[in-house]
Design a protein around this ligand. Structure first.
Ligand code: KG4
Ligand code: ZN
Length: 346
């Protein structure tokens, strides 16, 4: 019955969770509103906010789980990848607890934890399964053979899917993070009204930078063309009015393109590997168009599809706790000299 306390601090959410024998008992998140006014996460401010939030968040997770510090069997924390200043706060806190309580430390890879969020609740996928991991910093297709063996078989060569959502939203004048707002406005729009090009990238890799450029030109021309032409240049006022009058259709069309890029590669991966248990994970898996698209594609191709509960899609500590649980079972502990890493090596 291992009791794991997990800490996540890789980007701009400070989170803590308690998990007993593979079941999530508590899951707390402190969001950092401070970044909204800057249109993106400011690393320095994120680290400082983690410093302020980490003690109350860990306290809240322990109290809700009705758990005393002395009863913890191990402390799991996000070691990589992420913003280095943010990671260091969580790592240092976890190390101090490990030292003070004399309990083992478990280092967790944030992207692997997003994948294993699919093992938090029933029904769970069977191994091997494929997971499309889509967040603000990553877009990957992961072949997961076991909780301990995962391989990235496709990934973005430029922007992540979340960045594609956020950068498109920024072009539309929407605040950061724009992904959830595009999702919201898309609900009332026509997805086939504007056609954005699908990149032709070989294999299972993705590209989203071309989409961003085509949206930029499309808006500069107030919807007249996706190709940059000086003679079509709209004034700022025309551009503003065009966006205002067509926001729902523009959002629905952008979302539709991002979702079809993702699902087409997932189809290809399933055909190439013969794997039909298909999961999604990461912040963008909260997107209603992607969730619906995955279910529809799954029905058509005979997949069993899995989507974590909403609160386990975006950054959270429950996914760190479940990964920590499997690592605990395997005796995969780390010593106090472990260093954080901003990079995403698997
Ligand atoms: O996994 P996550 O919470 O943090 C990272 O590790 O990056 O993902 C954040 C990303 C952001 O780009 C955000 O705009 C996007 O997930 N996102 C969404 C939605 N909810 C979050 N994108 C589209 N639709 C949503 N509903
Ligand atoms: Zn994440």
């Amino acid at each position: 019955m291992p009791l794991i306390l997990a800490i996540e601090s890789s980007c701009d959410e400070t989170a803590a969770s308690v998990c007993v024998d593979g079941k999530i008992i508590s899951n707390f998140i402190a969001n950092q509103k401070v970044h909204e006014q800057y249109g993106g996460v400011v690393p320095e401010l994120a680290s400082r906010a983690h410093m302020q939030n980490i003690v109350p968040v860990v306290d809240a997770a322990l109290q809700t789980a009705n758990c005393k510090l002395e009863t913890i069997d191990a402390i799991a924390f996000t070691r990589s990848p992420g913003l280095i200043g943010s990671l260091l706060v969580g790592a240092q806190f976890a190390k101090s607890l490990s030292l003070a309580l004399n309990k083992p430390l478990i280092a967790v890879h944030h992207m692997q934890a997003h994948v294993l969020a699919n093992l938090i609740a029933d029904p769970k996928p069977d191994f091997p399964f494929l997971c499309l991991t889509v967040s603000g910093g990553h877009t990957q297709i992961v072949l997961c053979e076991s909780p301990y063996k995962m391989k990235v078989i496709g990934e973005t060569i430029d922007d992540a899917a979340g960045e594609a959502f956020d950068k498109s939203a920024k072009l539309l004048g929407l605040p950061y993070p724009g992904g959830p707002l595009i999702d919201k406005y898309a609900k009332g729009g026509k997805a086939d009204r504007f056609k954005f090009p699908e990149p032709q990238i070989p294999g299972l890799d993705f590209s989203f930078s071309g989409l961003k450029t085509s949206i930029l030109y499309f808006l500069q021309n107030a919807g007249k063309s996706h190709i940059y032409k000086e003679e079509f240049m709209a004034t700022e006022e025309e551009k503003r009015k065009f966006i205002e009058n067509n926001l729902a259709d523009i959002c629905a069309s952008i979302q539709h393109r991002i979702v079809t890029i993702l699902l087409n590669k997932l189809k290809k991966a399933s055909i190439e590997t013969g794997i039909t248990d298909i999961c999604i994970a990461g912040g963008v898996s909260a997107n209603s168009g992607l969730r619906k698209g995955l279910e529809e594609t799954g029905k058509k191709y005979g997949w069993r599809t899995f989507i974590p509960a909403f609160e386990y899609c975006t950054d959270n500590a429950a996914m760190i706790a479940i990964t920590g649980y499997y690592k605990y079972l395997a005796g995969d502990f780390t010593d106090l000299s472990v260093n954080s890493s901003a990079r995403a090596e698997w």
